[in-house]
Design a protein around this ligand. Structure first.
Ligand SMILES: Nc1ncnc2c1ncn2[C@@H]1O[C@H](COP(=O)(O)OP(=O)(O)O)[C@@H](O)[C@H]1O
Ligand SMILES: [Mg+2]
Length: 285
């Protein structure tokens, strides 16, 4: 069983087994709380979609560079990174690196330089739309662009919200999960009103779900009541293989494709892909 699942997840034939969207879907993975699974979600969804025939770009917008680490993309000082694109208008294609071992996947890394960008951006022209411009100018045709946000609501996150059409919010199933989300939603509304009318919260993903606790169940019900069908059916369990994978420079998809973590990220990616090709009328936007 596990071996069969692994083959299904790794899709060695490279066939397109998750439907490709008509237009590029730019998805901002945001939640100003740290440690809720933003980076893990970005990396694993990106790898899952790429393994299944979608062309995917990951933009690491967190100075900690965890998405770059997770994809095993060099991001030490001196490596051209997203900072150069934001501050010095270097084209994204000069900075994007192909992710080794995963066809169809590229990553714009973040180095520690990005830590200064939050402040330096303040005095730059069109400071909120630097990333949007850079992505729009990228000639590569992508099915998905995932932007991994830092755990704050500063100018970096605003740049991601202006560049995206969709926001994906990972929510950890714990007591304070919904607290603090108001602030994120308010910021999203402000960006929609003033800078990016197309922006919508399209996807909520429950992460680090612990079946043994009644609390997780209660939080899940709360989130589903509040966000309705934006919440994916797939739920990501707390799974040690998910947390081990980054130290091997891998996603859980490739590190342990038979694990529950890999299966659930695979299912989440499949749902996202299927929602992306649904008729707009049947979509509860
Ligand atoms: N489903 C999971 N099971 C176990 N550990 C997880 C899971 N998802 C994330 N983690 C771990 O939790 C920590 C925080 O996750 P991360 O994706 O870095 O959050 P964020 O980007 O929101 O700060 C990391 O150490 C990560 O490996
Ligand atoms: Mg992160």
């Amino acid at each position: 069983m596990e071996a069969m699942r692994a083959v299904q997840i790794l899709n060695p034939s490279g066939e397109v087994t998750m439907p490709r969207p008509e237009r590029t879907r730019v998805m901002c993975v945001a939640n100003q709380k740290g440690g809720v699974g933003k980076t893990t979600t970005t990396v694993n969804l990106a790898v899952a979609l790429a393994l299944h025939g979608n062309r995917v770009l990951v933009v690491d917008l967190d100075p900690q560079g965890n998405a770059s680490t997770g994809l095993n993309v060099p991001h030490h000082t001196g490596v051209p990174d997203v900072y150069d694109c934001l501050i010095d208008s270097v084209p994204l294609e000069e900075v994007a690196q192909a992710v080794e071992g995963i066809p169809n996947l590229w990553c714009v890394p973040a180095t520690i330089d990005l830590a200064g960008a939050e402040i330096e951006l303040v005095s730059v022209v069109a400071r909120e739309s630097r990333l949007a411009r850079a992505i729009a100018a990228y000639p590569g045709h992508f099915d998905y662009v995932f932007i991994d946000c830092p755990p704050s609501l500063g100018l970096l996150t605003v740049n991601a919200l202006v560049a995206a059409q969709e926001v994906l919010i990972p929510i950890q199933c714990e007591y304070y999960a919904l607290e603090g989300l108001n602030q994120l939603i308010q910021n999203i509304n402000l960006v929609r009103q003033h800078l990016n009318p197309k922006l919508e919260v399209s996807t909520i993903l429950l992460t680090m779900y612990d079946r043994r606790t009644r609390l997780a169940d209660a939080v899940e019900q709360d989130v589903r009541n509040h966000f309705g069908d934006k919440v994916l059916q797939a739920v990501i369990p707390r799974n040690v293989r998910v947390s081990e994978a980054p130290s091997y420079g891998q996603s859980v998809m490739t590190y342990d494709p038979g694990s529950r973590g890999a299966t659930s990220y695979f299912e989440a990616a499949q749902e996202i892909a299927e929602r992306g090709v649904m008729e707009p009328v049947s979509r509860n936007a």
